[in-house]
Design a protein around this ligand. Structure first.
Ligand code: PHE
Ligand code: ZN
Length: 801
């Protein structure tokens, strides 16, 4: 049941159509080859005459040679899949021998040395555009996608993020089919074109931006409106545009937007800077969503939610992605990337910001658990396989392939480590300086680190290794206790595995948060041998091998290492089951307490599925002890329900496969996990059933964290109960489905039922299908349930649908 969309990106190109490429673009591009553009574009004046099959675009580009470059050379513009209708400089048409065209661009050998206006007229075919890049059609509406290199499919341009211009856009279209005309910035004028059935709108964006942030939308869309007043008193009109009939599914996205705007003011002092903020939901979109200035475009599944159509996980994903795109306004838009090698500069930082936002709004440790689970299941495999690449790659062939878990999720972890290292206040001061220094610029990771370093006085030179070196470091730890001197020594070594193209690596600075638990489970005060007191338990590992000795430790402590998952590393530390159980019951760090429960179960599961299936570990004493410890935690009133629910969830089959690393027997893993689930379900049946009854939903559905936590807890109990195989438990799951008054209860009970060969399963699946067969977004969930179901015939079932 945990498939949260943790960031803006579903990782596949959803339509499978891919992105057309030209062969001459296949050469490798290197970061070290960066050179500033020969020319700059200060203003862009676009006039788009929208027609489904042939849209004509007139562009006036105010250009000049770049003083940062020696530009007396030719002007080379990018362009793809468009037809050039006319070209002029300062109003004077060029003859065909004054420029040359290829499949990927336009070159003008001789241009004035003084500022000039380049006028271009181009045509494109939105209807035929299946790449979903540039100007295309979704469900009868016009829509654009320009990141990373889509603007060149609209007009010839210096389509690179370090060319920043202000835009004035005039859109013209048939009024009846396109009553809505949107672009970036603020609306300045609109009107009818007498006698043609057409109308126009003019938009102006005063903030200089790179072409990848351009957007235009036209169509017949419904609008849901609200407003937000910023901390300095600017009233911002907020609009969400959706398909007609979907207006009742926008409340949550709107609320999330207002919460995001408020949070960014409070936490980072960032205020919105236009009079309108528009969001458009479309059903055809390659990715999750896009942060175009003042006009965010979303995959509609990340906007639309109603209690009966969206699960709590969907609500959380919407909240997170709305926030993500909004936060880009400062981290990405006001300050953008110098080149695409710096993608993590906007994405890592913005993912970090949206993670912090969701953590502040919901149970913080639970958000951390979900984010780490996502990192380990998606980024760790990437980092240890043939596609491993640094968070800031040094070269690429196709930038579209670099929107990866490494750039996004590991990139966010690097920002988190910086915050941990500098402290929250230091990090905030550093970001303040970054915003102040670089507003309106296109910058690099080095600029970002320099701002953090200058604001705090901390030398971050070695931190650059985190950006340049691929691979997940292994942190091998051991703890020695000396009863004579009453000292405990933590030995740490960092092992940096070779990755493609990077055989040898430099040691990295690793923030390592630590606790030592005394015999009663309390944290012992941490004093290093030189007298330094570690109030927050934060160690800085900087060498390949390092030891830290703590004094005044009366008896052998239990180590809690890598609290809060303070660095994206693979931790190895030999603890026995008793120590793990001790941490699971007492660790004051919520993350590590959860981690202990996972480690306990993982140890049983790997023991049961290494080589071949051996039921003993998942049926015996150890499994029963785990079950009892889980029951105690599940009943701990002081813990958030959402957190207790996470404690009750067993590691996934792929978690176990990752632990085993080689000779993976998937059937054995599955059997081991099912058996452990049954052992727990039976051993603490009374507790689980009690919790299940106690948490029955009473009031109307609310998506807030506490209500969602209760549902999550109840479903976690239901899952273990169903897994127990005990009399009546399948019926309980089926009843849960029948009684569901919201999508969360419906979809998770369906997921629990799906593997069984039983009429109760068939009935529930049939019922869901009948109810939602006309709603594509909801029906996708039904397909997902079938596809994820661990049955031998899952593939045939899905194919048969
Ligand atoms: N920049 C978008 C985001 O992270 C993702 C995206 C990339 C969308 C490329 C479309 C195309 O929020
Ligand atoms: Zn993003």
């Amino acid at each position: 049941p945990n498939a949260p969309l943790a960031s803006a990106l579903p990782r596949t190109k959803s339509d499978g159509k891919g992105i057309p490429m030209h062969d001459n673009d296949r050469q490798t591009k290197h970061l070290s080859d960066y050179a500033p553009a020969d020319y700059l574009i200060d203003t862009v004046d676009l006039d788009m005459r929208l027609e489904p099959k042939r849209t004509v675009i007139h562009a006036d580009l105010a250009m000049r040679p770049n003083p940062q470059a020696q530009a007396d050379g030719p002007l080379a513009l990018n362009g793809e899949g468009i037809e050039l209708l006319s070209i002029a400089i300062d109003g004077k048409p060029l003859t065909s021998d004054e420029y040359s065209l290829t499949a990927t661009g336009l070159t003008v050998p001789n241009v004035p040395t003084a500022p000039f206006v380049l006028s271009l007229e181009t045509a494109c075919d939105p209807e035929a555009n299946e790449a979903l890049l540039g100007l295309y059609r979704s469900n009868g509406a016009f829509c654009t996608q320009c990141e990373p290199e889509g603007f060149r499919r609209i007009t010839y341009f210096l389509d690179r993020p370090d060319v920043l211009a202000t835009y004035r856009v005039r859109l013209e279209a048939d009024k009846e089919t396109n009553p809505v005309l949107l672009s970036n910035g603020n609306p300045v004028e609109h009107g009818d074109i007498e006698g043609t059935g057409r109308h126009y709108a003019i938009w102006e964006d005063p903030h200089p931006k790179p072409s990848y942030l351009f957007a235009a939308v036209a169509g017949d869309l419904a609008k849901v409106s609200d407003s937000f007043t910023t901390q300095s008193g600017r009233e911002v009109a907020l609009n969400i545009y959706v398909e007609h009939g979907k207006e009742d599914r926008c409340d949550w996205a709107m609320e999330s937007l207002k919460n995001s705007m408020k949070w960014d003011e409070e936490r980072f002092g960032r205020e919105y800077d236009l009079d309108v903020f528009n969001i458009v939901a479309v059903s055809d979109f390659n990715m999750g969503a896009m942060e175009n200035k003042g006009l965010n475009i979303f995959n509609d599944k990340l906007v639309l939610a109603r209690p009966d159509t969206a699960s709590d996980a969907d609500y959380a994903a919407i909240e997170g992605v709305i926030a993500h795109e909004y936060f880009h306004n400062w981290t990405g838009n006001r300050i953008t990337c110098r080149d695409w090698f710096q993608l993590c500069l906007k994405e890592g930082l913005t993912v970090f910001r949206d993670q912090e936002f969701s953590a502040d709004l919901r149970a913080g440790p639970v958000k951390r658990i979900l984010d780490v689970r996502n990192l380990k299941s998606r980024q760790f495999p990437e980092d240890s396989g043939p596609l491993a690449h640094p968070v800031r790659p040094g070269s690429y062939i196709e930038i579209n392939n670099f929107y990866t878990a490494t750039v996004y999720e590991k990139g966010a972890e690097l920002c988190r480590m910086l915050q941990t290292t500098l402290g929250r206040d230091g990090f905030r001061e550093g970001l303040d300086l970054y915003f102040e220094r670089h507003d309106g610029q296109a910058v690099t990771v080095e600029d970002f680190l320099a701002a953090l370093s200058d604001a705090t006085g901390k030398d971050l030179t070695d931190f650059m290794h985190w950006y340049n070196q691929a691979g997940t470091p292994e942190l091998a730890c051991s703890l020695d206790y000396d009863g004579q001197t009453k000292t405990a020594t933590l030995n740490v070594s960092q092992i940096l595995p070779a990755t493609p193209g990077q055989p040898n690596k430099q040691p990295m600075p690793i923030p390592l948060r630590l606790g030592l638990l005394g015999p009663n489970g309390d944290d012992l005060p941490l004093t290093l041998q030189d007298g330094t007191e570690l109030g927050d338990g934060l160690l800085e590992v900087t060498e390949r091998e390092q030891s830290f000795t703590f004094t005044d430790i009366p008896s052998p402590p239990t180590p809690s290492v890598l609290r809060e998952f303070s660095a994206p590393v693979r931790l190895t530390l030999n603890l026995d089951l008793e120590q793990i159980e001790f941490l699971m019951m007492h660790d004051s760090d919520a993350f590590n307490r959860w981690q202990a429960a996972q480690s306990y179960a993982a140890k049983l599961l790997t023991d049961a599925s290494r080589d071949r299936y051996d039921p003993a570990p998942v049926k015996g004493k150890g499994a029963e002890r785990l079950a009892k410890a889980l029951a105690l935690t599940a009943n701990e009133q002081d813990l958030a329900y959402a957190y207790r629910a996470e404690m009750l969830k067993l590691p996934s089959e792929s978690d176990i496969a990752r632990e085993l690393a080689r000779d993976i027997d998937t059937d054995a893993i599955r059997e081991a996990r099912e058996t452990l689930r049954a052992t727990i379900g039976r051993t603490i049946h009374g507790d689980l059933a009690g919790l299940y009854e106690e948490l029955a939903e009473t009031g109307p559905y609310s998506p807030d964290g506490i209500s969602a936590g209760k549902r999550s807890m109840r479903i976690a109990a239901l899952d273990l109960l169903a897994g127990s195989g005990m009399e009546g438990e399948l019926e309980r799951a089926a009843a849960h489905y029948r009684d569901a008054t919201n999508m969360t209860d419906a979809i998770y009970s369906l997921l629990i039922l799906a593997p069984y060969d039983h009429p109760l399963r068939d009935e529930a699946l049939e019922d869901f299908y009948e109810r939602w067969k006309d709603d594509a977004l909801v029906l996708d969930k039904w397909f997902a349930v079938l596809a994820r179901s661990p049955r031998h015939d899952s593939v045939e079932i899905v194919e048969g649908c």
